[in-house]
Design a protein around this ligand. Structure first.
Ligand code: ZN
Length: 526
């Protein structure tokens, strides 16, 4: 959507210039003052003046943002709408919702929720990008987790391969839909080199400098050539005595050259071929001096071989990292689970998570509760308890995976958020009981952190593995006064500091759990 800036208000003149987006000027002519003024006030004026497709696009955008305002936080929606109207193209490509929130002082969870609702409405296109842990580059991008099926992803720049995990290797980003606003990144093959690196190569976890970006790129790229599909070209450069990488970001291939020894005046030469199955990933030695590189593009898309110095300028740029929305965090997000209920993974898919924290709760003595207060009153109480638990889980960046009878299984991206939720749940039950003047709702809570796999089971995105079993068994041992947690939870730095802040000193003892060979040390938080 284009920005609407009124540059002149009608007074006596009947011609009103109006900017509709950068570089485009529309003129309104021969309208009387009152009609122009009223139309401007109603913001309708440009629509009737703009060309048909643009008018349709703008009114569609306006309707979608009005809908978004009904399901997401108003101040976040306003910020998104402003970004879409006024932001430069690159800021609308692969938006990192955490960086978006941080820059504007907005709440992270509310921002994630607004982008998810925006994607559901078609304002944004969601992408699951597999990242290289080394350079932060995007190795593969998917519209859904369902197509993330490779067991290993290779990064030519880092000359390494990685088995994907959902923790830090998949970032989830939001790109504006071309229906709302057409941006340069919608045609990646036309992006100039520096913009291709910024918008297509690096993931949203690399904190690229906003103002000095071009200078930073020029600090390590000596030269490059742009070759359309099937084209041939030549690069003639002076090799400095440095470690050089000729990196091609579209086919993701790299040729490493260790330039050393005595400088030569004699021209050295090298030829490179790019195609789908032919990724350069080799190292060679050359001497400082002139080099002629003949390049041939046998792939079906444009390539951008770039000669880079693998020195401090490149490493400084790659070293600037910022938090990003990981797939793991999104799967543990209540809004995501509500919006994409059964649509996350295929039944035969298993995706690894290195660390996820599980929280299990159950109501103690709920059978007696039904007996004591009767079905109707008990039902209301149990429902009130579910509502409180849901609110706490989502406020602590977690998500309820399922409920089984009166029991709840929830996941959190970190141990400290799960512990914070457990403490708040215990407190909330105390308050509910006080209100009723009886100890009716007694919650048994268990916490455990560890690796697991994300699966799809019974039409639900669920988790599988020993970590889940241990968390569930530990909850079974808890009594209504204590929260039981394992060492992986209480030893977490932020969780430990949360315990200290609340003056809580967990007591440890070893327990044996059904189906687990070794004794497990549990910590009782009273
Ligand atoms: Zn890499």
């Amino acid at each position: 959507m284009d920005k609407i800036v009124k540059t002149a208000m009608p007074s006596t003149s009947t011609t009103v210039p109006v900017w509709a987006g950068p570089g485009r000027l529309f003129m309104a002519v021969a309208l009387d003052d009152a009609r122009v003024y009223n139309a401007i006030r109603r913001d309708e004026w440009l629509i009737c003046r703009a060309s048909r497709p643009e008018a349709a696009q703008m009114s569609e955008a306006r309707e979608l943002f009005a809908l978004l305002g009904q399901s997401a936080d108003a101040s976040v929606v306003k910020s998104i709408e402003r970004l879409v109207a006024e932001g430069p193209d690159h800021q609308l490509c692969r938006v990192n919702p955490l960086a978006f929130a941080a820059r504007r002082g907005l709440d992270e969870e509310l921002s994630i929720a607004a982008f998810l609702h925006g994607a559901r409405l078609g304002i944004f296109e969601i992408a699951w990008n597999v990242l290289c842990p080394g350079c932060g580059g995007v190795l593969d991008t998917n519209a859904s987790l369902k197509t993330m099926r490779r067991e290993e992803y290779a990064c030519a720049l880092c000359a390494d391969s990685y088995a994907p995990t959902l923790d830090e290797m998949v970032d989830v980003t939001f790109t504006i839909s071309p229906r709302i606003r057409k941006i340069a990144a919608h045609s990646p093959n036309e992006l100039p080199l520096a913009e291709y690196y910024r918008q297509m190569y690096w993931g949203s976890g690399v904190d690229l400098p906003e103002d000095s970006y071009q200078a930073a790129i020029d600090g390590f790229i000596i030269d490059h050539v742009e070759l359309a599909a099937g084209e041939k070209g030549v690069l003639s450069i002076q090799l400095p005595a440095e470690f050089i990488v000729i990196f091609e970001p579209v086919t993701h291939s790299a040729q490493f050259i260790d330039v050393k020894g005595e400088a030569t005046r004699e021209r050295q030469s090298l030829s490179l071929v790019y195609d789908r199955d032919h990724a350069h990933n080799q190292q060679m030695e050359l001497r400082p001096g002139p080099l002629r590189i003949s390049v041939e593009n046998r792939s079906d898309m444009r390539v951008l071989p770039s000669v880079c110095i693998a020195g401090s300028a490149l490493h400084d740029m790659l070293g600037r990292r910022r938090p990003f929305l990981t797939a793991k965090r999104l799967l543990s997000n209540q809004t995501f689970r509500d919006l994409y209920r059964t649509d996350t993974l295929d039944v035969d898919q298993r995706l690894s998570i290195t660390s996820l924290t599980f929280l299990f709760t159950d109501l103690r003595g709920s059978t007696e509760l039904y007996e004591r207060v009767g079905d109707l009153a008990a039902f209301d109480l149990v429902r009130a308890h579910f509502q409180v638990l849901n609110e706490i889980v989502s406020a602590e960046a977690g998500a309820v995976v399922k409920t089984i009878g009166d029991a709840v299984m929830a996941t959190f991206p970190t141990p400290h958020r799960a512990l914070a939720a457990a403490l708040r749940m215990r407190e909330a039950m105390r308050e509910l009981n006080q209100r009723h003047g009886r100890e009716d709702l007694l919650l048994k809570i268990g916490l455990h952190e560890g690796p697991c796999i994300a699966v799809s089971m019974n039409e639900r995105q669920d988790y599988f593995g020993q970590t889940v079993n241990i968390a569930s068994r530990i909850q079974g041992l808890a009594d209504a006064q204590s929260i039981l947690a394992t060492g992986t939870v209480v030893d977490d730095l932020q969780a430990a500091s949360l315990l200290r802040q609340n003056a809580l000193m967990p007591e440890s003892h070893d327990v044996s759990l059904r189906g687990i060979d070794r004794a497990v040390r549990v910590y009782e938080i009273r």
